[in-house]
Design a protein. Structure first.
Length: 64
């Protein structure tokens, strides 16, 4: 486990949005894993550092 917290959301148009908190090296490993994933296709990825409230878990949400 990477020890990360945050959320991932599947959007209505097929895009995926994710907010992740944790050690920068662990976040880097997550991004590397996503980029080399065999069962997903990433056409475009934006990475942005933002101020956030500390999370205590990682959860999946759905666009409503």
């Amino acid at each position: 486990p990477l020890g990360l917290t945050g959320w991932v959301k599947n959007l209505w148009d097929g895009d995926v949005e994710m907010e992740v908190q944790g050690d920068p090296a662990a976040i880097g490993r997550l991004i590397q894993g996503l980029e080399s994933g065999h069962f997903i296709r990433i056409e475009h990825m934006e990475v942005e550092e933002i101020p956030v409230i500390r999370e205590s878990e990682f959860r999946e949400t759905w666009d409503s």
